[in-house]
Design a protein around this ligand. Structure first.
Ligand SMILES: Cc1cc2nc3c(=O)[nH]c(=O)nc-3n(C[C@H](O)[C@H](O)[C@H](O)COP(=O)(O)O)c2cc1C
Length: 232
């Protein structure tokens, strides 16, 4: 699989089969992903891989907790600004609309949406997950490094025929995750990532992207356009 194919076929998969895969596959992916870039080669990612009985236990505790309506753990970072300005607010609404309509859930059916959201803490049925932490003393550039690392992991998983779903939802129950993983206090849970084989019976709508000229500026071309204006 070439890189373009890996990029195009990666998506947030929200339905996995319970088919397991050899430990060495994940080992290979993580060994290769360690070559991700980071400012001054800090390599600020701390990854916990969870499978088998500990993952079953974690899913059970988290799903029970969320289903019981327990409040979220107090946040260690804001997932989004409280009021998302344009165009981000519109993009977020469009995403929610597409996601729930693919599942046949009406926008106003809050209960069905909650039920679908709970699948997050069952790792959407995946047999493996990783949890990505970052040291609380590090700053925004190091969080960006972690993002690059996670994308590298997700692309390498595609090369292995596996799919993934990155999930900040896990940070909402970070204490339950910590009960199982016992990370040192200096680490913040950024996100989890479910990993496995896609369950092709689960419907989805492929997310779209903003037109390229909304996110990419070709400064040279703009300059040329400006200089080609008639004088006066
Ligand atoms: C850092 C990060 C956190 C995310 N958290 C969640 C999550 O908690 N639950 C979920 O279902 N999807 C989550 N996603 C997936 C996004 O919704 C998804 O990447 C986005 O809608 C684009 O769709 P695509 O990945 O299928 O192309 C997350 C993605 C990223 C990068």
């Amino acid at each position: 699989m070439d890189v373009y194919e890996a990029v195009a076929s990666r998506r947030a998969v929200r339905g996995f089969t319970d088919e397991s895969f050899p430990r060495e596959v994940l080992q290979r992916v993580l060994a290769a992903a360690a070559w991700s870039p980071s400012g001054s080669n800090l390599q600020p990612w701390h990854i916990y891989v969870v499978t088998g009985a500990p993952l079953t236990q974690l899913k059970k505790l988290a799903v029970e907790r969320v289903a019981a309506g327990d409040p979220w753990d107090e946040r260690e970072f804001e997932m989004y600004p409280p009021a998302l300005k344009s165009p981000y607010g519109e993009r977020r609404s469009a995403f929610g609309k597409e996601r729930y309509s693919a599942l046949g859930i009406a926008r106003e059916d809050w209960e069905a949406r909650q039920r679908a959201a709970i699948a997050n803490w069952d790792c959407f049925g995946a047999p493996a997950a990783l949890f990505c932490y970052i040291d609380r003393d590090l700053g925004l550039p190091q969080w960006a490094d972690v993002g690059m690392y996670l994308q590298t992991v997700m692309l390498l998983l595609r090369a292995e025929g596996l799919h993934s779903c990155p999930q900040m939802a896990w940070s909402q129950v970070r204490k339950t995750v910590a009960d199982i993983l016992s990370p040192p206090d200096e680490l913040i849970l950024f996100c989890g990532m479910s990993i496995g084989h896609e369950d092709v019976a689960v419907g989805y709508t492929r997310t779209r992207r903003a037109p390229l000229d909304e996110t990419v500026t070709h400064f040279r071309r703009r300059l040329q356009a400006a200089t080609s204006l008639p004088p006066g």
